[in-house]
Design a protein around this ligand. Structure first.
Ligand code: NAP
Length: 309
């Protein structure tokens, strides 16, 4: 029935192993982990009643998104794969898109080849979701990123491509998905970045595009309320399968983690958990949820402590 959807949080009072489904999806090899994640979701119903009263600080909330359809752009790697795996584990039908199909495709996911910068591709993507499932409840605009390059010497074409991927593409996907989301009473989740909230030397166009994305989400939240909610998850330093290469090996990853008050970078499961919550129907719209472990320890702390080399 149009307008009806599920998305129930349940309290798993200290019974989970600590890692969320998104972590398992990332860590154990995509195919096997998708199967495990599905199995866990099936078991949750049995565990919940018993666990409800146990509470405990280490408990996690488990979400039931059975009956809902979720589109995760760029859901084949990195944070997007974690988000897609978490929704799959929560019982949703999950469609991921990217320019290249992953091999093997994790079991349970539907894949559509699409470049989100291309309006015709986005139209075909949304049409395929509608044709296959007849509804769409949540769009996670995750595809994004940028190479590191100081502005001097970079080409106008590169700047345009970065802004296109990180700002125009999520706008297009949200716009084209809006009719389906309005029917289901669904929501859009933008994956933003701390780079859009503080100076981002070396990724200036990216930082500016992400700042624009955060603002776009707030505008759409106001434009589409109350039927469709639009929120942003502002991700800080994050650890994905590319991090070791990016930061010069495990020691570099550990050094980056030490720069975060939480003591480590965000993992895909941390971001996925917030997406699972935002996708539950509710009052929150136009919000920016910071998933940055407390931010980055400011340089003055190091200087004031006399440890600045
Ligand atoms: N990793 C971090 O440290 C970090 C921190 C803050 C925010 N973020 C944000 O989190 C999101 C995910 O980052 P990530 O590091 O997980 O990215 P990633 O590992 O580079 O994965 C990007 C995903 O997007 C897809 N993609 C890229 N360009 C696309 C296009 N034009 N059309 C369709 N799909 C496309 C990629 O697949 P194909 O290449 O096959 O298309 C891939 O599935 C991004 O929005 C990023 O800005 C990341």
């Amino acid at each position: 029935m149009a307008g009806s959807r599920l998305g129930r949080p349940t309290w798993d009072g200290g019974r989970s192993s600590g890692d969320s489904p998104g972590d398992r999806f990332e860590d154990e090899g995509e195919e096997a982990s998708a199967v495990n994640a599905k199995g866990d979701a099936d078991r949750t119903a049995g565990v919940d009643g018993e666990a409800r009263g146990t509470g405990g600080a280490s408990g996690r909330v488990r979400y039931d998104h059975t009956g809902s359809v979720v589109l995760v752009t760029g859901g084949t790697r990195g944070l997007g794969a974690g988000i897609a795996g978490a929704f799959l584990a929560a019982g949703a039908e999950v469609v991921v898109c990217a320019r290249r199909k992953p091999e093997p495709l994790p079991e349970g996911l539907t894949f559509v080849t699409a470049d989100v910068r291309d309006a015709a591709d986005v139209d075909r993507l949304v049409a395929e979701v509608e044709e296959r499932y007849g509804r769409l409840d949540t769009v996670v605009n995750n595809a994004g990123g940028s190479p590191q390059a100081l502005l001097a010497g970079t080409s106008p074409r590169l700047h345009a491509r970065i802004v296109e991927l990180n700002l125009i593409a999520p706008l297009l996907v949200a716009q084209r998905a809006h009719p389906l989301l309005a029917t289901s009473g669904g929501s859009v989740i933008m994956i933003g970045s701390s780079s859009g909230t503080r100076p981002s030397p070396g990724t200036s166009a990216y930082g500016a595009a992400k700042a624009g994305l955060h603002h776009l989400a707030a505008c759409l939240a106001a434009e589409w309320a109350p039927r469709v909610r639009v929120n942003t998850v502002v991700v800080g330093l994050a650890e994905t399968e590319d991090s070791a290469d990016h930061y010069g090996g495990p020691a570099g990853v550990a050094r980056m983690g030490a720069a975060v008050p939480a003591g480590r970078m965000a993992r895909p499961a941390d971001v996925a958990e917030v997406c699972l919550w935002l996708a539950v129907p509710g009052y929150v719209t136009g919000a920016e949820i910071l998933v940055h472990g407390g931010g980055e320890i400011p340089a003055w702390r190091r200087i004031a402590s006399g440890h600045d080399g």
